[in-house]
Design a protein around this ligand. Sequence first.
Ligand SMILES: Nc1ncnc2c1ncn2[C@@H]1O[C@H](COP(=O)(O)OP(=O)(O)OP(=O)(O)O)[C@@H](O)[C@H]1O
Ligand SMILES: [Mg+2]
Length: 588
Amino acid sequence: MLTGHLDDEEAKRGPPDRRPRIDPQRDRARLSVLAEVSTLLASSDDHVTILTKLTELAVPLLGDWCSVHVVSAKGELQRIAVRQAPNATVPEDELVLRIAARVFSRGTSDWIERIVSVPLNIRGRVTGVLTLCRGETGEAYDHEDIAFAEELARRVAMYVDNAMLLREVQLREAALRNEAIRLETLNRIGQELAAIHDLDEVVKRVCDAATTLTGAEIGLYFTYADGEAKYAVCGATFDEAEAIAKRRGELTSTSPAFALQRALRMDDVRRAAAATNLGVLSHVTRIRSYLAVPVRGRSGDVIGGIALGHSRASAFDIRAEQLVLGLASLTATATDSARLFREARELITALEKSNHDLDQFAYVTSHDLRAPLRGIANLGGWIEEDLGEKLSDKSREYLHLLRGRVRRLEDLIQGVLDYSRAGRVSDAPTGVNVHALVHEVVELIAPPAGVMIEIDPSLPTLSTTRVPLQQVFMNLVGNALKYNPNAQRRVQVGAEPVRDGWEFFVRDDGPGIAKRYHEQIWGLFQTLHSRDRIESTGMGLAIVRKIVEAHGGRAWIDSEEGKGATFRFTWPKDPPRSRSWDRHMRKR
Ligand SMILES: Nc1ncnc2c1ncn2[C@@H]1O[C@H](COP(=O)(O)OP(=O)(O)OP(=O)(O)O)[C@@H](O)[C@H]1O
Ligand SMILES: [Mg+2]
């Protein structure tokens, strides 16, 4: 194994003495050192301690000085341990390094003067170098010394190899652990973000999360859509925040983040030509490392960006970049959802306001219309009284018609009022026995003789508001009787359970309704007959539908002309929450 040497140094070194020397005492000592080394290498101490102790065992037995170099992950030789005997001559660092480097590259032992270097060889791979040195006064190394050093190096190599494998496994484990933590953190942040519906809050949380996850010193998240920018800054000093705020006008669709196709990571912005991409962070002078990631919305368009900075160069690695990319996709969903939520909320508020205004309008106008109507009715009465016998039969009939029209108009106004009030889910729900409720409705209507009303005994008991349900049945059963001209009439009321509640029906054997009118009849003031023939306002079904829909159900008709009609509506199990405008109206 003892081969190779530096040609120019050949003159300086004498060849090792190959003559075997009989020295039982020295051999015993060496055997005992080998045994101790084996025990040492099997110990659980850390890498550096073990190799340091090894050099202590080698000195002074094998030399006055001993060092161990091990190859680093980057492939460089690093001195891990060194030991020297008291008053020993210390070899020049440069010389030791030269020999060690040569032994490392060739994989064979070498020596110069009183220095011997042996490779840590394992499975054809050199993982380090063991170097020994004897002072001027000591003996020159002989063949047996080198053979012993090589034996020692073999054991150390095995240990170093194991240690390297272990380190690799540990590194991989740590990487996996980090990956798991990363995914767990992202998952947690995703869940947190999904629960937030407020856009400002989403923007703030994203900024916090990006800054914390990457260890950035300063973070910025901004989103821009529909001409409106929202942004949050973390970790900025007061002055920096002020400066960013001054330039927030730049956070628009022309911002550098919008030009980013993918992540932009700069180890040192002072050296990077693309530093202009920093956008509003460009004037935060302490920034050296920079990481920016575009945030894309559902449609794939860039809707904002996350920008991070650090005063240390190379502060963001590929993992930080991946982390922020993961966060960016969560952010996109959360930002989109928060925006949609806000739009929906604005629409609901606008709708509630318009409903409220309409209700107010209906209430006020109906009220105000009633007073003059009453006046007209009274005037009619007074004219009749004043003229008395002088009134012609024709005029008397006209006055009678006038009072009839006034009554009709009053009914219409009442219908408008009822409609505006219909569907207010304001009362607290109670247990309502629908079977008993329909019986009461029939009693209130007091149907004439010749009418058969069949009420399904299995009608359920529901937790709901009583009055609206009663109104619905009043209208439907009332219509079933009112529009059936036959002397013998039959009405059936029943129900069957559906997915979220019940489907009720009111069936009659009357004239039925042609398909083309199936939608029209639910409109305001819609009647299919002359009002002079049947006095009605055409509001009943509109009120029915409004009530049913306010309770989360729907109402429709199954009918054919001449074959009777079945009116159906669903009524959910769980009553809906009361609405803000209901509360408002009740104050009146
Ligand atoms: N069971 C039915 N059979 C036949 N036609 C019906 C039936 N129910 C309603 N209609 C027709 O539908 C129209 C609208 O009914 P709706 O209950 O909305 O108003 P209305 O009964 O005319 O007036 P109101 O109920 O306000 O007194 C009725 O005018 C009638 O022509
Ligand atoms: Mg009706």
